[in-house]
Design a binder for this molecule. Sequence first.
Ligand code: SF4
Length: 135
Amino acid sequence: MPDVIAGYLNGGYSVTIEADGTKTRKTIDPSVPPVHPEHMDLKITDWCDAGCCWCHEGSTRRGKHGSIDATLDLLSDLPAGVEIAIGGGDPLSHPRFPDLARGLRSLGDERQPSWPAPSAKLADGPSRREGVARP
Ligand code: SF4
């Protein structure tokens, strides 16, 4: 028996997500289009000090941070189980990153946000990740 951690209807099909990450879609009515995305990439900041020559985001130390309140408001109508990938820039540089992580968790216990980050940033210590780790 699969350990289903989230499920939702999306227009003419249903989605279930299992604890091991397996996603299953079942068509109910192929004539009904989806009403929301299954996955979103969020760029919450354009700030980054890594200076990678291959950067496709154009993110620099002059980059600006996005609004966390506006982001959470945008996501508030999505059901738990929609995948949220948080990026930038350097998403851990955003001073309100913990607020975003807590807000996403409050929108759905099963929602599992993920974020890429330069490995050097992860070595900066726990203060930048405060409030993000699961209890
Ligand atoms: S770490 Fe990512 S966002 Fe930052 S400069 Fe490099 S590619 Fe761009």
